[in-house]
Design a protein around this ligand. Structure first.
Ligand code: ADP
Length: 290
């Protein structure tokens, strides 16, 4: 069952799409699970999801099952609705003025849109990584990772170990262990993105949404993120939006092709790229449009 309301200013800042969070976290009560705990993934299901921006019907009766412990890629041309779908999964879509969603989104048995569900808790269970790395600008590397943990009431005596584990899990520890008190924004773009992923995994979400997490990064940093995604799926259910079809082919178990707000095809990644059922998918993956 979803925990009680723990709404905070800092978390609502994080829910503003792509924006830099502006203030340090404030501390609501909520027990944190140990970051070391072995996790199994959780299923996310969208059923007849419709999303609107004012009068614009952006997402049209989308039904997708995201299996546990798998990476599902969302591909499709710009404007096809990939980001909107992802933002509906952790209820960030409704933060945009005039935007609303209808239909069903479930995390295991939990109805994400149940009026009794606490939105902040949903966003804790369903973490998000954005295209542009967005470390808290005024915080050190350590505090960036600790921020979410503090927010969820982790004892300060446990922080060091949990921050350490999170940084190890994103392959960043060796690169930053001697500069933990330096600003997070002093890191390279690729390091900042791994720092943001460390911040996300530190609070042990069940699902991680990634909206083009590597599109602003150089090829080596991109490769590191892809390797990391592959490791993270052992513990999390991952949804990744990407414009890069090679990336989808490398990281995703299954791939969803979207066009004009609709799901055209969802199948095993290999099938989507080599033998899709729909002619529009075939034309897209072979670069004929988009
Ligand atoms: P994608 O991620 O595939 O590029 P989006 O989900 O961003 O697609 O966009 C889907 C549709 O919704 C597009 O027509 C886009 O113009 C519209 N849209 C996206 N964000 C907004 C917004 N904040 N306000 C109004 N319309 C939006």
């Amino acid at each position: 069952m979803i925990p009680p309301d723990t709404t905070s200013k800092e978390q609502s800042d994080m829910s503003t799409a792509g924006g830099l969070p502006s203030e340090p976290p404030q501390a609501p009560p909520q027990a944190s699970k140990a970051a070391s705990a072995e996790k199994t993934g959780h299923a996310v299901k969208l059923k007849n999801l419709n999303a609107y921006y004012g009068g614009q019907h952006a997402i049209k009766s989308v039904t997708i099952d995201f299996p546990p412990n798998e990476v599902t890629a969302l591909i499709g041309p710009s404007g096809s609705g990939k980001s909107t779908v992802v933002r509906c999964i952790n209820r960030m879509h409704e933060e945009i003025p005039g935007a609303r969603a209808e239909g069903s989104v479930t995390l295991d048995e939990l109805d994400i849109y149940d009026p009794n569900v606490d939105v902040t808790a949903v966003r804790r269970l369903i973490g998000m990584v954005f295209q542009k790395p967005n470390p808290f600008p005024t915080m050190s590397i350590f505090d960036n990772v600790a921020a979410g943990l503090r927010l969820t009431g982790t004892k300060s005596s446990d922080l060091k170990e949990l921050v350490h584990r999170s940084l190890v899990s994103v392959g960043l520890w060796d690169e930053v262990k001697d500069r933990l008190n330096e600003p997070g924004i002093g890191l390279s773009g690729g390091q900042q993105q791994r720092l943001c992923i460390a911040r996300t995994v530190a609070i042990e979400p069940e699902v991680i949404l990634m909206d083009e997490p590597a599109s602003a990064l150089d090829p080596i940093s991109t490769l590191k993120i892809e390797e990391l995604v592959d490791e993270l799926k052992e513990r999390y259910t991952i949804v990744i939006v990407t414009h890069n079809m090679q990336q989808a082919a490398r990281v995703a178990n299954s791939t969803v092709f979207m066009l004009e707000g609709e799901v055209i095809e969802h199948d095993e990644t290999n099938k989507i790229f080599t033998n899709p059922n729909d002619e529009r998918t075939e034309r897209y993956v072979t670069g004929k449009f988009g």
